[in-house]
Design a protein around this ligand. Structure first.
Ligand code: CP3
Length: 357
């Protein structure tokens, strides 16, 4: 195994001293980059891109060639697990994901297999191995998965949703059925993330994109409980290094204490959260990732820099902050804007770490 040349991201997640605040961007590989669109066209479509380890590696590295990012994230999708369970995933042009066989009843849940990561999902592990080798220790590689609740929303709704009527109906009318589904998903995610770690992922992140649509009590029972099960099942040390785990519930600002109590290493924050308050609440337990509004990247350089300064000041001095957007980058931002962002984070953050080195 090669030694890491830049381990700022891993160190910040463990709240160890760093020379400057690390940064990566959610969805950093994507359509705002012309080279991404060219590679996707070469692959044919999005899932073919995910299934081609060489091209998945290529698009993973594209943002790192443009910007001084402190981490790479596996190019794949959270919906690979339901696809491997046999639900028949497709992405219609400009439409978002669709499942041919959504989950409707007890029989569907009973018949769901738990995918073997080195069989049905081997293409993901091959991508991890290829990217890990190509990075050659330059920066760490982040592996990821969806949370059980977020995966279940797509599986029950049959695709993206605004109102979540089908899964909420299941939640209140057939809660036992939903719990069975979530439990199978949690087991699948544990196997999947542990396989990514063995294949080369040096940190993992769980995307709970839709946890924020749950009622207060329901969040604990239907989302957090299963993320807790995942944290408990993950490999936490591998090849002599801690493998940090980050939980990100979009809209989860009210539940930070409960999330931190799962034993995860870090929490991802969306842009509705005050970073200073979040640090006061849970900063003694976990690192924090985030959290500028992705729309800030529509602004000019001066405004982007102002937002960076403010965010760094909100967190304050010391380690434990990984700079990021509060959600994925928009596909129509100028590819110049992330450069202003990344460079500003590195430049302005140094004095917040001056006493540490
Ligand atoms: O961050 C990265 O650069 C890694 C790649 C990544 C993708 N999806 C690539 C992708 C990651 C981490 C994801 C996670 C993901 N996928 C989430 C959780 C993250 C979040 O945003 O909260 C969710 C909810 C999905 C499901 C999904 N995949 C949707 C709803 C869509 C369609 C969205 C759209 O804008 O069309 C996808 C497709 C997808 N996944 C794209 C990319 C780059 C766009 C596909 C394309 O190239 O057309």
């Amino acid at each position: 195994m090669s030694a890491l040349k830049n381990d700022r991201y891993l160190r910040a997640l463990l709240r160890q001293p760093v020379d400057m605040t690390p940064i990566w961007m959610m969805r950093q590989a994507g359509r705002y980059l012309s080279e991404y669109k060219a590679t996707r066209a070469e692959a044919g479509d999005f899932m073919s891109l995910c299934r081609n380890q060489e091209l998945a590696c290529e698009v993973t590295l594209q943002p790192l060639r443009r910007y001084a990012l402190d981490a790479a994230i596996l190019f794949s999708d959270i919906l690979t697990i339901p696809d491997a369970m046999g639900l028949g995933l497709s992405f219609g042009a400009g439409e978002g994901p669709k499942f041919a066989k959504p989950i409707e009843n007890q029989r569907d849940v009973t018949n769901l297999p738990i995918p073997d990561p080195e069989q049905e999902l081997q293409y993901v592990m091959n991508a991890v191995r290829t990217i890990y080798n190509a990075l050659d220790g330059s920066v760490p590689l982040i592996g990821f998965s969806g949370s059980p609740w977020t995966l279940a929303t797509y599986m029950v709704e049959g695709g993206s949703s605004k109102a979540f009527t089908k899964i909420k109906k299941m939640l209140y009318a057939e809660p036992h059925l939903l719990h069975q589904l979530l439990d199978k998903l949690a087991d699948s995610v544990v196997l999947y993330l542990n396989a990514q770690i063995k294949a080369g992922a040096q940190a993992v992140m769980v995307f709970d994109t839709w946890g924020g649509v749950l009622a207060h009590r329901d969040y604990r029972d239907f989302s957090l409980q299963y993320m807790h099960k995942i944290v408990d099942g993950l490999i936490r040390d591998y090849r002599g290094r801690r493998v940090p785990v980050t939980l990100f519930t979009k809209g989860g600002g009210l539940w930070l204490e409960a999330m931190a109590a799962t034993g995860c290493d870090a929490l991802g924050l969306d842009w509705t959260v005050d970073l200073a308050q979040a640090r006061a609440r849970v900063g003694h337990k976990v690192a924090l990732q985030g959290n500028i509004d992705p729309s800030v990247l529509y602004a000019d350089q001066a405004r982007i820099e102002q937002e960076v300064q403010q965010t760094l000041q909100d967190f304050g001095a010391g380690s434990g902050h990984v700079f990021n957007l509060g959600h994925g980058i928009h596909q129509d931002v100028s590819p110049d804007s992330p450069k202003y962002l990344v460079d500003a984070v590195h430049r302005f953050s140094q004095h917040y770490h001056a006493t540490e080195k």
